[in-house]
Design a binder for this molecule. Structure first.
Ligand code: SF4
Length: 352
């Protein structure tokens, strides 16, 4: 790899999939198994330095170290909630910061990871949107959040599920997200099951269909409204891909047996929480294998939205249940630790 001026660039080894590392080994005149060996070292939590690769001859270790780098994320803040959630802010090699949140559940732990620094989608209720878009994360920085988390937690806290619901729109960083999924699920990599990974999108229709063709991860749609008027007010992406196109893509999305699309519905008092809107939602999703996650809004200072009363949330849920949907109310974890996406980053910025 060369830069525009023709200078050789260092390879970011952790951004390469197993197949790419095997190709790299061949390009270097090495047998492909050296690429495989290197890949398996890269994703061990205890691996920090090429000198640890004791199954590589010394000269080969030196060559590997000279040709490329190990991208490691450094923790710059860690907050523990009373309910067990842990929020990490990771420093990237260029000094920018992204977040991950580990959320404990009964019998499973979920790690929520970021795919971009900031976000360009501009959802009105989102703290990350206020940061604007800074840059795409490399696949080493996406899968690297999982590796860095594994280094800081105990075995019993190990995540069982990975969700792309942190900072950024994952499908706007499609290639790097897809490669990070390959790394996360390779048994020589981080060895997660595809069934335990969920990608959440605000509704980029062409990429949703592409994702269904390319992989078998779970799909979550950040829906937030059952009609175009309301949705366009709070999610500008709806002007580009209105509900008719989004819902059609959900019908066409290739789902393997017994899987369902998760629809995330953030309840904002007086905006999308009426019972008429609950009925509209029930009609909209008819025929799509789906489950609905109702999320009462977590109030963020400086954003004008309010959390609905608990009774209203229960009534909204009941309308969906009466229409035979699985509709759960997500309990917010980590409310005491700035666990809404982009909040810890915003605090760090304010602290300077
Ligand atoms: S909700 Fe998601 S897609 Fe929308 S601005 Fe925030 S990070 Fe981006």
């Amino acid at each position: 790899m060369k830069d525009r001026a023709g200078r050789a660039l260092m390879i970011d080894y952790r951004s390469l999939s197993l197949g790419e590392l095997e190709d790299w080994a061949r390009d270097m005149g090495l047998p492909a198994f050296r690429g495989r060996q290197l890949f398996s070292w890269l994703w061990r939590p205890g691996f920090w330095d090429f000198s640890q690769m004791t199954d590589f001859p010394k000269a080969l270790r030196k060559m590997v170290a000279e040709k490329g780098v190990l991208t490691d994320l450094q923790v710059v803040a860690e907050q523990h909630s009373v309910d067990g959630a842990i929020k990490f802010a990771w420093g990237l090699p260029d000094g920018l910061v992204v977040e991950s949140v580990l959320i404990p559940g009964q019998g499973h732990n979920t790690l929520c990871i970021s795919s971009q620094v900031g976000c360009a989608m501009g959802c009105r209720f989102c703290n990350t949107a206020r940061m604007g878009f800074h840059r795409q994360l490399a696949s080493s920085e996406i899968a690297g959040q999982v590796l860095a988390t594994l280094r800081r937690i105990e075995e019993r806290e190990r995540p069982t599920n990975i969700v792309f619901m942190g900072m950024g729109e994952p499908l706007a960083n499609y290639d790097n997200v897809l490669k990070s999924i390959h790394i996360l699920t390779d048994d020589l990599g981080l060895n997660f099951s595809l069934r335990k990974i969920t990608v959440s999108t605000c509704g980029l229709v062409p990429e949703i269909l592409r994702l269904g063709r390319d992989t078998d991860v779970g799909l979550a749609i950040s829906l937030q409204a059952p009609d175009d008027k309301t949705r366009s007010q709070i999610m500008p992406v709806n002007l580009r891909y209105p509900l008719s196109r989004l819902i059609e893509a959900c019908h066409r999305y290739r789902l393997s047996r017994r899987r369902r699309i998760t629809f995330e519905y953030l309840l904002l008092a007086g905006i999308n929480d009426s019972l008429e809107q609950a009925s509209l939602l029930a009609g909209l999703l008819r025929g799509i294998p789906s489950k609905i996650n109702l999320i009462p809004y977590n109030e963020v200072s400086r954003l004008p939205f309010r959390r609905p009363a608990s009774e209203q949330v229960l009534l909204f849920q009941q309308v969906l249940r009466d229409a035979n949907y699985t509709a759960t109310i997500r309990k917010s974890k980590g409310q005491d630790i700035s666990a809404a996406c982009g909040q810890l980053y915003a605090e760090l910025q304010e602290r300077g």
